[in-house]
Design a protein around this ligand. Structure first.
Ligand SMILES: *Cc1c(COP(=O)(O)O)cnc(C)c1O
Length: 388
């Protein structure tokens, strides 16, 4: 039986997959079972932030595998301490809880927000405002938080305590921010929702209104974080620092990791026994994360990310089939005039370019390490498809 047949037989059919069996990767290119290579403009799905099998990253990870692959959170490890220290320094947060995915990081944020409020104000101040078109994960709690009706099927009952506000609608926000609310949760750039950045005015209003009522702001930076937008956190673009920020996807360069970061205000909320994760803070993930942070913090790295982002955006603007380009930095949404994003993605695959979609848009999340030449090669394939 070939690989795809084995998948069909034994793996649940919860994904729509492209007919591509990936075998290996190097730099910004990967190779399928038949030896065909592809330029990856999706970084897997925003995960392989340093590209495929980056040498320093791979050395750090392999060396950790051979030293201590896992222990338990009953004990301390040096590598978790080092990752936490570097992550807190880089993000300018006070403390972190480690888990293994974006959804889990958001679960942790939800628990912290509710307990912070319970500890201070007692019961009935548990509601969390999330935005229409948001995406926060696939667990029951994070699905409940996700502000898209398409996700609210089959798995009833969903969790109560989430109220949706239309993104960028300050009046809607004001009308729903009552004294049952403990937090507002947002993505600065909605990823799965169509690569749409929030307006500065709306973000300002969220922070002002929340601060006045001691309501926490939770920034879901699972997709926007770790240099994706050209800053370490997208909040920096807005001049804002949330009380709680969640990260995952590209943070450890393609090893499962999640992080829930808090300012000092919330650092003491989770006390012994109130939260945990068997694999959270896993040494291999931490070693991968340290390698990613060292690269992001290396001189000029994020500056180059911004130059690349500007170059891609300029090149895309030359294409007559493109209606508009959205997002921030190397998180790019492309609205097309006549073609559909899924058709373009299929054609791109045939021609050796991997791209993503988000709603009706083409979405690009190229590795942060991509070269100008590789960008040029990928854009050429994309333009040929769009202009044919
Ligand atoms: C991908 C994503 C998640 C979910 O992350 P998982 O690791 O799949 O659980 C949550 N929030 C945002 C903004 C995401 O992009």
């Amino acid at each position: 039986m070939n690989t795809i047949d084995k998948f069909d037989k034994h793996i649940m059919h919860s994904y729509g997959r492209y007919p591509l069996v990936m075998q290996k990767g190097e730099g910004r290119r990967c190779t399928d079972e038949d030896g065909k290579t592809y330029i990856d403009f999706g970084s897997g799905i925003g995960t392989n932030s340093l590209g495929y099998c980056d040498e320093k990253w791979a050395d750090a990870v392999c060396s950790q595998v051979r030293t201590l692959q896992h222990s338990s959170n009953y004990y301390y490890t040096g590598v978790q301490a080092e990752f936490a220290e570097k992550l807190c320094e880089t993000s300018e947060y006070d403390s972190v809880f480690f888990c293994n995915s974006g959804a889990e990081a958001n679960e942790c944020a939800i628990k912290i927000a509710r307990k912070y409020s319970f500890d201070k104000y007692g019961k009935n101040r548990h509601n969390i405002i999330t935005l229409v078109n948001s995406f926060h994960g696939r667990t029951i709690a994070t699905l409940s938080a996700t502000g898209q009706d398409v996700f609210h099927n089959y798995f009833f009952p969903f969790l109560e305590g989430f109220i949706n506000v239309t993104a960028n609608d300050i009046n809607d926000l004001k009308s729903k921010l009552d004294d049952t609310v403990c937090a507002v949760m947002l993505e600065y750039v909605q990823g799965e929702g169509g690569v749409n950045a929030l307006s500065q005015d709306f973000v300002n209003a969220v922070y002002e209104l929340c601060e006045a009522k001691d309501i926490l702001v939770i920034a879901d930076e699972v997709q926007t974080g770790a240099g994706r937008t050209g800053k370490f956190l997208a909040g920096e673009y807005f001049g804002k620092k949330a009380d709680i920020t969640t990260m995952a996807k590209g943070l450890a360069g393609g090893i499962p990791v999640g992080a829930c970061l808090t300012t000092e205000k919330c650092s003491g909320v989770l006390t012994a026994g109130t939260h945990g994760s068997t694999f959270g803070g896993n040494p291999i993930a931490c070693a991968g994360g340290i390698a990613v942070l060292d690269r992001l913090n290396s001189e000029g790295f994020l500056g180059e990310v911004n130059e690349k982002a500007e170059f891609i955006r300029k090149e895309l603007e030359k294409c007559s089939e493109i209606e508009s380009v959205s997002g921030l930095g190397l998180m790019i949404g492309i609205k097309l005039k006549t073609k559909t994003a899924s058709d373009v993605a299929k054609k791109a695959l045939e021609k050796g370019l991997l791209i993503l979609t988000a709603k009706d848009k083409v979405r690009l999340l190229p590795p942060l390490t991509i070269s100008m030449e590789e960008i040029g090669d990928g854009i050429k394939i994309l333009r040929d498809i769009l202009e044919e």
